[in-house]
Design a protein around this ligand. Structure first.
Ligand SMILES: *Cc1c(COP(=O)(O)O)cnc(C)c1O
Length: 373
């Protein structure tokens, strides 16, 4: 069996360092907002090339606090995609804002700038492009549209730690870049976590206030209405160990993706996701599209190959968001993708045998074009 994802292998590989980091924190008596979080914030900001970083409790919180930090309020509209994790939309709703869903490009499944251009209204107050599957959205047209309308850009980088576009890290193009540190993500904690990066000192200050009841520095006096959303010292200490190995992990993910892509050459039943030009991919998941997904899933199961689906249902059609008025047919490319996508095994600790098993399966996938007689 080739697992779609296995956390324990990554832990075992780094176990002495991770265990030592945890013991260091437990022995220190500092568990919340101490030196580990401060160091991780500096190291992560340095890694992506941002001026500052602020650790928070999850990726969803990172997006919510970023929206608040740039002044988005209840009733404002925020343009984003429906082909994303629900957290993107939950964050918009947490501030009482209204998501405006725009469609994606068929070849990359990333936000379509021309649909965004057409969707912006007088009530639009921010844009959240999502660097989906670990691949950077080409940012120039998004930034051009946002600038023209004076809209802040919050990048959802939750799947794209280390991804770049034109040699710049995602998260540094917009006003605030938001990363989830959920265990499965390219940089994952041993529980929940998130981090915002920004080059705007006033946004960083607001984020630091918002994550702890609106306090400014050590004084327990709320200057603004905040929440409790802190990254803890244990998570930060483990993340510091893993950040040092992130580039190695991304290199391995790229090798896995290359093997899968090579295997698919000459096959036409399955379609891959196109690479964005002039970009570095973080390969959070490796997605293929099947004209008949049920047939692909049965064949994967029979071959002992695990899979995931990112995502089976577009958010505008989910029951919770029906009140927004979304209907089937609103976002044709997104809706079709949700019926076709399958995520193949992808994590840095996949061994060469496992990669070969998946590649062999892909190299013979045209046999699935016709149902078995
Ligand atoms: C994981 C994810 C989130 C939510 O992050 P959490 O840490 O689970 O709150 C938001 N957006 C995207 C694109 C994600 O992949």
């Amino acid at each position: 069996m080739v697992e779609a994802f296995d956390y324990t292998r990554g832990y075992r590989r780094l176990q002495p360092e991770i265990d030592a980091a945890i013991a260091r924190v437990l022995g220190s008596g500092r568990l919340i907002l101490g030196p580990e979080v401060e160091c991780f914030e500096q190291e992560f900001a340095h890694y992506v090339g941002a001026q500052d970083a602020v650790g928070v409790a999850s990726g969803t919180d990172a997006l919510e606090l970023a929206l608040r930090a740039v002044g988005v309020e209840a009733g404002d509209q925020v343009a984003t995609v429906a082909n994303t994790a629900v957290g993107t939309v939950a964050a918009i709703r947490a501030v009482g804002a209204i998501p405006q869903f725009v469609d994606v490009c068929d070849d990359t499944l990333l936000m379509d700038a021309e649909t965004l251009r057409a969707a912006v209204t007088r009530k639009t107050r921010a844009v959240i492009p999502v660097h989906l599957f670990g691949q950077a959205v080409p940012m120039a047209p998004v930034l051009e549209i946002a600038r023209k309308h004076g809209l802040p850009v919050i990048e959802d980088c939750s799947q794209a730690h280390g991804a770049q576009w034109q040699e710049r890290h995602v998260g540094t193009f917009g006003d605030v870049g938001c990363f989830s540190l959920y265990p499965t993500k390219p940089l994952g904690a041993v529980g929940d976590g998130g981090i915002c990066v920004t080059n705007r000192p006033e946004a960083a200050q607001q984020l630091r206030r918002l994550r702890m009841y609106g306090f400014d520095g050590g004084r327990p006096s709320a200057q603004i209405e905040g929440v409790n959303s802190r990254l803890d010292e244990l998570q930060a200490a483990v993340l510091r160990v893993k950040l040092q190995r992130l580039d190695d992990a991304l290199t391995r993910r790229q090798a896995v993706a290359d093997a899968y892509q090579l295997a698919l050459r000459g096959q036409s039943w399955l379609r891959g996701i196109d690479d964005v030009a002039d970009a570095k991919h973080a390969h959070y998941v490796h997605v293929v599209r099947a004209p008949n997904r049920a047939r692909l899933l049965d064949a994967l199961t029979a071959a002992g190959i695990g899979y995931g689906i990112h995502y089976p249902e577009p958010i505008h059609l989910m029951p919770a968001y029906q009140f927004l008025g979304g209907q089937a047919g609103d976002l044709p490319i997104t809706e079709r993708a949700c019926q076709e996508v399958v995520s193949l095994p992808m994590f840095p600790e996949l061994n060469d045998d496992e990669i070969r098993q998946v590649a062999d399966f892909l190299a013979a996938s045209d046999r699935l074009a016709k149902p078995e007689a």
